[in-house]
Design a protein around this ligand. Structure first.
Ligand code: SAM
Length: 270
């Protein structure tokens, strides 16, 4: 197992843990769960649900769209897109445990016919005869050293005119990061890059940049609201284990120091 897969595969029984948390909240997963309830545990990126909606608003997704979500995690963004736009989403992720949980959570929320999840490495996508109408990638590029290779793989899976929404933690300043981070146990699996590096890799993969937006304000608002709100048994500790608070504290320090920032880039395949 690669270091990245091991980092994200540290919790065994993710689906069981989320199920137990739902039951402790008085919900019965067997009779169906509102997908919005899952957001604190299944949207594994800064700004959660709000950031997903912000990213996907300009991708031209509708009920006829087939969307690829690279590095889908336990499938929160895929389910939110399916629920909001009525599209079909294919999620691909390295972590087998996450893919298993993603399938279970889609069944629980009645979104199994609009979402498909596969175990795979997004830098070696098996394109088959698929040409997706849009693609998304939320908080994944930090684990991928070769971004030109990654974006070439995504571009090859998109139809001409299809849009690609990237939302990553990018390097925005000098300085060291403390580890573990939510995206890497140590420096060896951390491949942060600056927005300019993303832009040149996207352009060299045949994509045109539509916009670049710093989502710091959105993230600050969502993090403040979560900190002020009641604690919920549903949280990313269920997905990443007991060290998650330390990981998040290290990320928060880097964000506050301007070393990294949550950056959205939307590009279109020529
Ligand atoms: C921080 S999580 C984000 C998950 C999801 N995009 C979300 O926002 O909820 C990063 C995910 O990227 C996946 N990942 C990292 N590198 C990958 C690769 N080369 N191929 C497929 N998945 C990858 C990890 O397994 C992990 O699930």
């Amino acid at each position: 197992m690669s270091g990245v897969a091991a980092h994200y595969g540290r919790v065994r029984g993710v689906l069981d843990q989320i199920t137990a948390a739902l039951e402790s909240m008085g919900l019965d997963p067997a009779t169906g769960v509102d997908p919005a309830v899952l957001a604190p545990a299944d949207e594994f990126h800064l700004g959660g649900h709000e950031a997903t909606m912000a990213l996907t608003a300009s991708l031209g997704i509708d009920t006829d769209s087939s969307v690829l979500d690279v590095g889908c995690g336990v499938g929160g963004p895929a389910r939110e897109m399916a629920r909001t736009y009525g599209c079909h989403v294919t999620g691909i992720d390295l972590a087998r445990e996450f893919v298993y949980a993603a399938e279970g959570l889609s069944l629980m929320t009645g979104l199994e016919s609009l979402t498909t999840f596969e175990v795979g490495d997004v830098t070696v996508l098996d394109r088959g005869d698929r040409a997706f109408d849009a693609a998304t990638m939320l908080h994944v590029g930090m684990n991928v050293p070769d971004k030109p290779l990654l974006f070439e793989a995504v571009a090859a899976a998109l139809r001409p005119g299809g849009r690609f929404g990237v939302y990553d933690i990018m390097r925005t300043g000098d300085g060291e990061l403390g580890y573990p981070q939510p995206f890497a146990a140590d420096e060896s699996d951390s491949h942060l890059a600056a927005p300019d590096d993303y832009v040149s890799a996207l352009e060299s993969a045949g994509m045109e940049i539509i916009h670049i937006i710093d989502r710091s304000e959105l993230v600050g608002r969502v993090v403040k609201r979560a900190a002020e709100g009641p604690a919920t048994p549903l949280n990313l500790g269920l997905v990443m284990g007991r060290e998650f608070p330390t990981m998040f504290a290290n990320l928060r320090t880097a964000l506050q120091g301007g070393v990294v920032g949550p950056i959205e880039i939307v590009a279109e395949k020529r």
